[in-house]
Design a protein around this ligand. Structure first.
Ligand code: SF4
Length: 316
């Protein structure tokens, strides 16, 4: 039974870190128009450190905030904060390159018509690739999945009805896996692989090193509509300037991730600099962690954990 309150950061719920405030802006499906991307870049430049960090749910974080006064208005003007009551509830990941924007918008509107879902609750849409981030509910093809198990025909309406049912039967649980789902479920559906880096038709899937879109990269991308993915990649038009992003699937950056490092008070080493300096061959996925809490470690990653006596390598 969960007893702690949900402290997931939001656009309005600021988390205080060593480097200043941190806010997390939900981006359902990872879809950002050029105007929204510019608004986020401008917000980060005005309030924070100028960069955007991608999260494992295709959302973005602004960090290093000196103040957040006025930030909510700026985000709301760009359509990035449509509901103050549902700020942290709009967690939807969508398969890249599938043109699911309209369906995601319908789901987003439906989420906002329900009582707020917990900030950890996740909805997936598209193909089986989204199951790799283990959504609570997903629409994969024409099936509704509950914690990756077949639950019958899937439509936006059946998905929202299932979300509503979760809210009705939960007590303190944040995720479906934490409670007993009281409806019949079929087979477990295997997760598919994330989309590869590189060119796919008129789109390019690109990786920002260690999940950070720097101010320089944002300046180059800000004329384009993009899609953020839950694998901390970004889908951009082929015409976009991808300087500063990794598009070669054989790059040593592929499969390397890191936590916030020295921006967190618990970090025992400058893991982000150490990761960038040590990109040699080795296990992938590899996650660099500033302490043994392993925040943001991808499923199945080998973890290099900073300790008071140096790094230790472990499987999780
Ligand atoms: S793993 Fe440790 S150092 Fe890294 S963000 Fe989490 S608590 Fe901070």
């Amino acid at each position: 039974m969960r007893t702690a309150p949900d402290r997931c950061p939001g656009a309005l719920r600021v988390h205080e870190a060593v480097d200043g405030g941190l806010v997390r802006v939900r981006v359902p499906g990872g879809y950002l128009t050029a105007r929204q991307l510019r608004a986020l870049a401008q917000a980060s430049a005005s309030f924070g450190d100028g960069s955007l960090d991608l999260t494992s749910r295709g959302n973005v974080q602004l960090r290093g905030l000196r103040t957040s006064e006025g930030l909510g208005d700026m985000l709301a003007d760009a359509g990035l904060l449509p509901s103050e009551t549902h700020d942290t509830a709009r967690n939807v990941v969508a398969s890249p390159l599938r043109g699911l924007r309209d369906m995601v918008a319908e789901i987003d509107a439906g989420i906002q018509s329900l009582d707020p879902l917990p900030g950890r609750f996740l909805i997936g849409v598209g193909e089986a690739d989204v199951l790799s981030v283990r959504p609570d509910l997903s629409l994969v093809g024409d099936r509704l999945l509950v914690d990756s198990r077949d639950a019958g025909p899937g439509t936006v309406a059946t998905l929202l009805e299932a979300a509503s049912h979760f809210l009705a039967i939960r007590t303190t649980e944040w995720r479906i896996r934490e409670l007993t789902w009281d409806r019949p479920l079929g087979d477990l559906v295997e997760a598919g692989s994330p989309v590869a880096l590189g060119t796919h038709g008129d789109r390019v899937v690109a990786l920002p090193p260690l999940g950070r879109l720097t101010a320089e990269v944002l300046g180059r991308l800000a004329a384009h509509d993009v899609q953020l993915t839950p694998w901390r990649t970004v889908v951009v038009p082929r015409s976009a300037d991808t300087t500063g992003l990794v598009t070669d699937p054989s790059s040593p950056w592929v499969g390397v991730s890191a936590c916030a490092g020295l921006a967190c008070a618990k970090a025992l080493a400058d893991i982000r600099s150490d990761a960038a300096a040590d990109l040699g061959p080795g296990p992938r996925p590899l996650h660099w962690s500033g302490c043994d809490r392993h925040c943001g470690a991808p499923t199945g990653a080998v973890i290099r954990t900073a300790t008071a006596k140096g790094y230790v390598l472990s499987d999780v």
